[in-house]
Design a protein around this ligand. Structure first.
Ligand code: GLU
Length: 505
C-alpha cells in the first residue's frame, strides 16, 4: 500500500470505520474496525467512525448505541466520531443532507449526473423482460436513451416533471476504456463500463444512496485509506467513477477477506453461532449472548480477530493491543477467506486469562464472580481465582470450576470408587482426618503421607485418588493440598468424614 501519491504528498493517514446502524455489530464488522484502528495507530494516523444512516428504512433502534459501546469495550477508541467531534463533522450521515445537496448539484452542473423519472413499475417491467431473456438489466450507457430522464427529455419537460413526479438522480457513466482500480489486497481490478449501472446517487426521498454519500464523505473527511469488507469490492469501480466525475483523487482501498463458517464454506452467520454454541457479536444483542457475556477479555478477542485474515509473519500468536499496533502490517492481509475457529479464540482467551493478574480480573469482570459466598475475603477470592485460572478458557468456566469449593460433593465417581475400594481406602481417609485434627498444614500433608506410607504400603496413586474423591467427588480439579488449604479445616474435615461414612455404606 505504499502508493506514489500517498508517499509524495506525505498525507496524514486517516481511515474510517463506517457502519450502518441496521443491527448489532457482527465480529466481521468488528474485525474491519480493528484493522482500521491498527493501521491508523501504526501509521500515526486518525481513526474516524462515521455512522452511515441514510437508509432510514433499515435503521434499527439502539444499533448506533450498540456499535459505539462495542467499540468502547473492544478498546478501539475513535479519534473522531459522533461522540468525539473533530474538524470534519458531523459524523452521522443523516446530519449531512446539505452537504450532499451541494455536491449533487455540482455533478448535475458538470453534466455528470442526471434526473430520471422512470417509475418503479416501468423499471420492474423492463427488468423482468431482461430476465426472461436471461440477461441482467443495467440502466446505462447503452440503453438510457430509451428511458425518461433529463438526457432524453427537453429541459422544459424535465423541469415540469421535477415539479410533479418523484425522481432520482443517476450517475452518468460515459463510454470509454474499462475502469481500472487497484485494491491493496486484491491487486488490479478492471471492469467494462457497460457492466456498471448508471447508479442512483440520490433517491426519490431526496436522501443520498450509500455510494454517493460514502464517496463524498470519504473525500471531505480526507480519508486516505478505505479498509472495508470484501462485500464492497464489486462497488469499487463505481466509486472510482464517482471520484472521477468530481475530479477527485480516490483514497487507497483494501478489501478484507470474508470470515467463513468453521467448516469453511460460506460466510459466517448468526445462525452458525446459534447452531454451534458460539457468539458472533461482541456484546449481547437481543437474545444472543456476546463474547463479553461468555467471558472473553476484550484484548483476547482483538488478538483473535487480528489473526483472522492477517498474520505477523512470525510464529507469535499472543499479542496485546500495544504489540498489535506495533507489528500490524496491512501488506500481510490475506486474500482468501478466514475460517472462524472458536477453539482457537478460546485458547487465546485462556492465554490472556493465565497471564492477567488475579486482582485485576476480579475487579474488571465482577459479573463472573457473583458465586463467591458473601463472607469470603478479597484474599480468599483471589486465592481461589489464582488456583483455577490455568483451567479457564472463558470466564464463564469459573462458575463450574469453582463448584468444587462452594459445594460438598453429592456423589462420587463410581469407576474410581470401585478401583480404590480394593485397597481399603478407609485407612487412608482416617490418616488424613488425623492430619486435620493435628492441625498439620495441608502443604505438609504430602511429606507426612509419604513417610507414613513407607510402612502402610499403598500405591501412591490410590492415596491421591482417595483424597481427591473425598474432597471433590471426581478426579478433576487443581492441586489437592491447595484445595484443602482453601477449603479450610472445617470443610475439609466435613468432606473427609462424609466420604468415610460413604465407604462404610
Ligand atoms: N456502511 C457500509 C457498511 O455498513 C460501509 C461500507 C464502507 O466501509 O464503505 O457496510
Amino acid at each position: 500500500m505504499h502508493d506514489v501519491i500517498f508517499e509524495e504528498k506525505k498525507m496524514k493517514v486517516r481511515v474510517r470505520f463506517a457502519p450502518s446502524p441496521t443491527g448489532a455489530l457482527h465480529i466481521g464488522g468488528l474485525r474491519t474496525a480493528l484493522y482500521n484502528y491498527l493501521f491508523a495507530k501504526k501509521m500515526g494516523g486518525a481513526f474516524v467512525v462515521r455512522i452511515e444512516d441514510t437508509d432510514r428504512n433499515r435503521m434499527v433502534e439502539g444499533a448506533e448505541r450498540y456499535i459505539m459501546e462495542a467499540l468502547r469495550w473492544s478498546g478501539l477508541h475513535p479519534d473522531e466520531s459522533p461522540e468525539h467531534e473533530g474538524a470534519f463533522g458531523p459524523y452521522r450521515q443523516s446530519e449531512r443532507e446539505l452537504v450532499y445537496q451541494k455536491y449533487i448539484a455540482e455533478l448535475i452542473n458538470k453534466g455528470k449526473a442526471y434526473f430520471a423519472f422512470d417509475t418503479p413499475e416501468d423499471l420492474a417491467k423492463i427488468r423482468s423482460e431482461y430476465e426472461q431473456e436471461k440477461k441482467t438489466f443495467k440502466y446505462g450507457t447503452h440503453n438510457r436513451i430509451g428511458f425518461r430522464n433529463s438526457l432524453t427529455l427537453s429541459s422544459e419537460a424535465t423541469e415540469k416533471l421535477k415539479a410533479t413526479v418523484p425522481y432520482v438522480i443517476r450517475l452518468k457513466i460515459e463510454k470509454g476504456a474499462p475502469v481500472k482500480v487497484i485494491d491493496g489486497v486484491r491487486g488490479l481490478i478492471q471492469v467494462d463500463r457497460e457492466e456498471i449501472d448508471d447508479k442512483i446517487l440520490v433517491k426519490a426521498d431526496n436522501m443520498p444512496t450509500y455510494h454517493f454519500a460514502n464517496v463524498v464523505d470519504d473525500h471531505l473527511m480526507k480519508i486516505t485509506h478505505v479498509i472495508r469488507g470484501e462485500e464492497w469490492l464489486p462497488s469499487l469501480p463505481l466509486h472510482q467513477l464517482i471520484y472521477d466525475a468530481f475530479g477527485w483523487d480516490a483514497p487507497q482501498f483494501m478489501h478484507l477477506p470474508l470470515i467463513l463458517k468453521p467448516e469453511g464454506k460460506g460466510k459466517l452467520s448468526k445462525r452458525d453461532g446459534e447452531k454451534m454454541g458460539f457468539p458472533v457479536f461482541p456484546l449481547a444483542w437481543e437474545e444472543s449472548e456476546g463474547f463479553k457475556e461468555r467471558g472473553f477479555l476484550p484484548e483476547a478477542l482483538m488478538n483473535y480477530l487480528a489473526l483472522l485474515g492477517w498474520n505477523p509473519g512470525t510464529e507469535e500468536e499472543i499479542m496485546n493491543m500495544e504489540k498489535l499496533k506495533e507489528v500490524f502490517d496491512a501488506e500481510r492481509i490475506q486474500k482468501g477467506g478466514a475460517k472462524f475457529d472458536f477453539e482457537k479464540a478460546r485458547w487465546i482467551n485462556h492465554k490472556f486469562l493465565a497471564s492477567e493478574e488475579e486482582k485485576s480480573v476480579l475487579k474488571r469482570f465482577p459479573e463472573f464472580f457473583e458465586c463467591f459466598p458473601s463472607d469470603w475475603s478479597e484474599k480468599k477470592k483471589k486465592a481461589l481465582y489464582g488456583l483455577l485460572k490455568d483451567r479457564l478458557f472463558l470466564l464463564e468456566d469459573f462458575k463450574i470450576e469453582s463448584q468444587t469449593f462452594l459445594k460438598d460433593p453429592t456423589a462420587y465417581d463410581l469407576k474410581v470408587l470401585d478401583k480404590i475400594r480394593k485397597h481399603n481406602p478407609k485407612v487412608i481417609v482416617d490418616q488424613f482426618i488425623g492430619y486435620v485434627h493435628q492441625e498439620i498444614p495441608p502443604a505438609d500433608w504430602k511429606l507426612n503421607i509419604q513417610g507414613w506410607n513407607q510402612t502402610a504400603g499403598f500405591p501412591f496413586g490410590v492415596i491421591m485418588q482417595t483424597l481427591r474423591l473425598a474432597l471433590v467427588g471426581s478426579l478433576t480439579g487443581p492441586d489437592l493440598f491447595k484445595i484443602c488449604e482453601l477449603l479450610g479445616k472445617e470443610i475439609t474435615l466435613r468432606r473427609l468424614e462424609k466420604f468415610y461414612k460413604h465407604l462404610n455404606s
